[in-house]
Design a protein around this ligand. Structure first.
Ligand SMILES: Cc1cc2nc3c(=O)[nH]c(=O)nc-3n(C[C@H](O)[C@H](O)[C@H](O)COP(=O)(O)O)c2cc1C
Length: 366
């Protein structure tokens, strides 16, 4: 397995830890992933809520303070590591979070939940920061790349291809197209790779995301043409994951049948543990929760009171209230059977490779 080069940065292992919003992946998880040789990602969505900066009235200020804090924490764990952020385009404070992340030293910015058409403009003052859009189709990658090339003379430093049939959280596909068997993850990976080759003569790393759990999945992804993988759900049941224990326990307890699709107030489908769906809306009705912060540019709860407040639902789950909180997860979350460590996961995924490298070093020293 080759190292993963993204822009100016080279990760020892071809693995990005997927951003998980509302502090599921904050500084601790991202720092430990980077320390172990992967790319650690702090998710920006809802990062301020349980940060100590939020006083009930300063949602956006708290977000900016919190993202900087979490990047600092991650760098304290892995001073030379590759640490980045995931900022959803759908967030109201998307541009501010991108800028604050750069200020705090993010090396990689990954953007999904919308097309990050003007990301190079927002980051023009920091050309070394690697820019990575998430796309679920060749068409989405083409739209972004052509715009970036024409308007900013820049191409993505990598593209994450997220499989709507397996990935956790918000999904970049219409509800009725998910799970039909029509989506071909690796045809999309190869299609995007080929598009960059033929149109720009560029070898852009394409990263497969969704449903990658163990070494066999990783090897399959690389054999099918991906340059690396992005894994999120696998990192939830680790000591280092920033969620409270109750959130991790819900992964340990869930069955395959508990996992399914919801329609998010953000207007996108999402994959989550479904068994408490009624409680989520009921909680908002019982407590008269209204939209205080307008955290999303577009949200049915903000506009019409339809569904539920997603950021507070994700935040409750992160704090361990899995009765009324929304537990996002990928389709393989039911496979979690114990709390492990980030190091153990890296050993499992790359252990033999590590041993081979050590033997080679010994041979050369002899
Ligand atoms: C709990 C959870 C929260 C997530 N939050 C985000 C997010 O804030 N932004 C984003 O782009 N993707 C988010 N994702 C998607 C992941 O980054 C990742 O691409 C996807 O889950 C990969 O599939 P896997 O979980 O099967 O590995 C989230 C996933 C999970 C499980």
């Amino acid at each position: 397995m080759k190292p993963l080069r993204i822009g100016k940065y080279v990760a020892k292992y071809p693995l990005i830890q997927g951003g998980m919003g509302a502090r599921i992946s904050a500084g601790n998880l991202a720092g430990h992933v980077a320390k172990n040789g992967g790319i650690g990602i702090v998710a920006a969505a809802g990062i301020g809520m349980n940060s100590g900066h939020f006083n009930g009235h300063n949602y956006f200020e708290a977000d900016l303070e919190a993202i900087k804090d979490e990047l600092r924490k991650a760098y304290a764990i892995a001073p030379d590591g590759i640490i980045g952020v995931n900022v959803m385009v759908a967030l109201s404070d998307y541009a501010q979070l991108v800028k604050a992340s750069i200020e705090a030293g993010a090396k990689v910015i990954i953007c999904g939940a919308g097309l990050p058409m003007s990301l190079p403009e927002l980051t023009a003052h920091a050309p070394d920061v690697a820019l990575v859009p998430i796309a679920s189709s060749v068409r989405a990658a083409q739209l972004i790349a052509r715009k970036w090339h024409k308007a900013y003379n820049r191409l993505p430093d990598a593209v994450v291809v997220e499989d709507p049939d397996t990935a956790g959280g918000h999904l970049g596909e219409k509800m009725e197209h998910i799970g039909t068997g029509q989506y071909d993850q690796y045809a999309t990976v190869r299609g995007i790779k080929e598009f960059f080759r033929s149109e720009f003569n560029a070898d852009i790393p394409i990263i497969a995301a969704g449903g990658i759990w163990d070494r066999a999945d990783l090897e399959h992804a690389l054999a099918e043409g991906a340059d690396g993988v992005q894994m999120a759900s696998r990192f939830v049941c680790t000591e280092e994951c920033d969620a409270e224990d109750g959130f991790k326990q819900r992964y340990l307890d869930c069955t395959k049948e508990d996992i399914g699709l919801i329609m998010s107030p953000a207007g996108l489908p999402g994959r989550a543990i479904l068994s408490n769906q009624d409680n989520i809306r009921q909680h908002d009705l019982d407590y008269g929760i209204t939209c205080n912060q307008a955290c999303l540019k577009k949200c049915s709860y903000k506009e019409t009171g339809e569904r539920f407040c997603i950021v507070t639902a994700l935040d409750r789950a992160q704090r361990g209230d899995v009765e009324t909180g929304l537990v996002f997860c990928g389709s393989n979350a039911w496979k979690a059977d114990r709390i492990t460590t980030v190091h153990e996961i890296f050993e499992e995924l790359f252990g033999e490779q590590k041993k081979a490298a050590a033997t080679e070093e010994l041979k050369q020293a002899a």
